[in-house]
Design a protein around this ligand. Sequence first.
Ligand code: C2E
Ligand code: MG
Ligand code: MG
Ligand code: MG
Length: 274
Amino acid sequence: QAKAEGRGQMHFYSPGLKSAARARRQCADDMIIGLEQGQFQCVYQPQYACSTLEIVGAEALVRWDHPTRGRLAPDAFLDVAEDLDIVAKIDQVVFERALEDSKKWRASGKHVPQISVNVSAKRLLDPMLAMRISHLADEEQRFAFELLESVFLDDADANLSTNLACIRNLGISIEVDDFGTGHASMVGLLNLQPDRLKIDRQLVMPLVRSQRQRRLVASIIEIGHVLGIAVVAEGVETQEHVDVLASLGCDYLQGYGLARPMSAADLQELLPEL
Ligand code: C2E
Ligand code: MG
Ligand code: MG
Ligand code: MG
């Protein structure tokens, strides 16, 4: 009946929009409280050397233990966090958590060679980033920051270049996340000269389906290697993935087929004794 009213279509849509906006505001309010109350946790997904299948690192992935909605994955709240600048606070909490967990692992005689954390564009442009991370840099734990391709586009930004220099000075590696889904700028890769690039799982998963997909991934690995950048494949789900990626000379693997994201305690179990 809203249609019949012509202009009345607005009536038809606006209640939904309003309640969506209300839900986002509620989610943001909950997030701010959640940050204060320590509701954000990390799970860790191991990363493996392609040649030996030894654990070479782990990616810290945020989870939100919401008091009424239960444990939430990032896709349930990260876009709201992005819009409202809360995401940089979440990234900071994840980094702090990962550092605490790494101390626990070490106390139990275990060690993860490298922990990767995801860093949002907002955080990377934060003029206070150096102050927030300098005191956390840890001589005994190597960290990497995973950045999206899109951050290169802003390379004229003064905060960005200062922050990248600071990150490097602290001994933190730089990795390009979800490579091949964004701008995949070769100039960006040349200028940034990251330590690793991570091929997005949308490119890796169909790898076993066709020669064409396989050649595409082979070319990305080659681009990485030509530039002296190690390559990580995401979304490794099957033995066939492992075999093909090994034959293509991929350096590192991450995916459900090897290990799912897990609690700090479960990762501790999985790690070999030092
Ligand atoms: P990402 O950084 O690309 O992380 C990998 C995502 O792929 C994770 O989802 C992981 O569980 C999933 N994944 C890993 N292996 C496989 C596989 O074999 N098959 C499939 N289908 N999926 C796989 P998750 O934990 O839901 O994270 C989603 C995204 O949220 C991450 O993508 C990252 O962009 C973002 N994110 C996670 N934690 C943080 C954080 O602390 N800060 C920021 N800014 N973003 C985060
Ligand atoms: Mg990532
Ligand atoms: Mg990724
Ligand atoms: Mg992603």
